[in-house]
Design a binder for this molecule. Structure first.
Ligand SMILES: [Zn+2]
Length: 457
């Protein structure tokens, strides 16, 4: 976390905390997963649901042993590179390489974004988990670089390792989020939020508006820990508070780090932000020690920005609880499942005339309420009445506009009608959206119509 008198500390902005609806209502509103199929299609089509509404997958436990293993790696990197992992130093790039290697091996799509600060090249590492609704992004970030005075294990190896292990758990679980998941490790945070500012500045406005939430984790394993939740957005605050309530851990709103970490550029750009923090150089009060344990009258992190911020400077319980809370937020906000949605059927019974040797015609089905991408085995069942089926070329067109050929024309297929179920690998398509059956009669003398068609997810 940036020092209070850091180089380009943005102005602190405080605002009143809006009244927060409790637990279930907020969660339900955020998830939006309940039975929405019934009215999800236009009047020209009828939808049926073959299976009961799914509930969102619960977040798995995040292994604190794995989080600590990442911290050990970051400590080794610092030790091998002059004792730090600071911007412009070899230890920083080695840290990026370590995290990127883990993510690449797990199937993430990673991007390294370069920038220049203080005459040195800096790096942001961005990792996208393939799939989910690209128009709704749940984004978790942490700054990866340390100050030059130490290894930066609590600040901010802890947040970096926490979101790394959450990301790797997403992959290990084969999680299929409803919303798109993105993770980032920011460079040059300690020089004034430079990396995250660069990212936000370069992000086109259209992409920025797709970020439903940016969650920041800067210092989550402080040795004399507190449990602080960002209060910038009441819904996101509520997701974290719900989690800690289940653990009987009381929380306070986060104020020490306001404007002092990488959520600030996002917030300034109008993105909803949230996050967790376990305390830096503020002093723990006796009231806080009474509810959280630890030592009153001492800083939350007495090694903040100093050389003793090593792997010995971590409270394992805080690291564990906060890592699990990150997973809870990521799973809750992205509303996905660990098994592909199956059995939902969307049907159109609109009759569409197919002109003889004419232009292609289309019949649309609007799919809504299906989480994530379409399955590899999407079933397209068509009922086309036609006097010479060999004349017909049939495509399924996904929401992306990509056409999937179901049937080619044939000069020696003289049978009537097409009543078939085709299996399409449509896993590159977001399930929700407008799907079209496109039919063209490419030869003269016969005619017909689309009678009905349906998609089974
Ligand atoms: Zn810091």
């Amino acid at each position: 976390m940036l020092e209070l008198n850091g180089p380009t500390l943005p102005r602190r902005s405080r605002r009143a905390t809006a009244l927060l609806a409790t637990g279930a209502a907020v969660t339900a509103a955020l998830l939006g997963v309940s039975s929405v199929q019934a009215n999800a299609v236009p009047t020209t089509a009828a939808a049926t649901t073959a299976t009961a509404g799914k509930t969102a997958a619960a977040a798995p436990d995040i292994s604190v042993a794995n989080v600590k293993a990442h911290l050990n790696q970051l400590q080794s990197i610092a030790t091998a590179n002059g004792g730090n992992r600071a911007h412009g130093r070899s230890g920083y790039k080695a840290s990026v390489d370590y995290v990127k290697g883990k993510l690449d091996a797990a199937g993430f799509t990673t991007t390294v974004q370069q920038f220049t600060s203080n005459g040195s090249t800096g790096y942001n590492l961005i990792a996208d988990w393939p799939g989910g609704d690209a128009d709704h992004v749940i984004f978790a970030g942490a700054h990866l670089g340390s100050v030059s005075r130490g290894a930066g294990i609590n600040d901010n190896g802890s947040g970096s390792a926490g979101i790394l292990e959450v990301a790797l758990t997403v992959a290990k679980e084969g999680y299929k989020p409803g919303k798109h998941l993105r993770f980032a490790w920011w460079g040059a945070e300690e020089l004034g939020l430079v990396g995250s500012q660069n990212y936000v500045r370069q992000l086109p406005a259209a992409e920025r508006s797709k970020i439903d939430a940016y969650l920041n984790f800067d210092m989550i394993g402080s040795p004399n820990p507190g449990y602080f939740v960002y209060d910038d957005d009441p819904q996101l605050e509520g997701v974290f508070k719900d989690y800690f309530a289940t653990k009987n851990i009381s929380t306070e709103i986060e104020t020490e780090g306001d404007g002092r970490s990488d959520h600030a550029p996002f917030k300034n750009a109008g993105v909803r932000v949230g996050g967790l923090f376990s305390g830096a150089d503020y002093t723990k009060t006796s009231a806080q020690a009474a509810k959280w344990g630890g030592t009153a009258g001492q800083p939350f992190d007495r090694c903040y920005h100093s050389s003793c911020d090593t792997t010995a400077n971590i409270n394992d319980t805080a690291l564990d609880n906060n890592s699990d809370a990150i997973a809870h937020a990521v799973w809750t906000l992205s509303g996905g499942s660990t098994t592909p949605p199956t059995g939902k059927v969307f049907e159109s019974k609109s009759q569409v005339t197919i002109p003889d040797a004419g232009a292609a015609v289309e019949s649309s089905i609007t799919v809504a309420g299906v989480q994530g991408n379409a399955p590899t085995g999407l079933k397209a069942t068509v009922d086309i009445r036609h006097s010479y089926r060999g004349d017909l070329v049939i495509d399924l067109v996904g929401p992306s506009g990509k056409a999937y050929r179901l049937k080619n024309s044939s000069t020696n297929d003289s049978a009537a009608n097409v009543t078939e179920t085709y299996t399409v690998n449509a896993s590159a398509e977001t399930a929700n959206g407008t799907w079209k059956l496109r039919v063209q009669d490419v030869a003269a003398q016969d005619s017909g119509h689309i009678s009905s068609w349906k998609l089974t997810f």
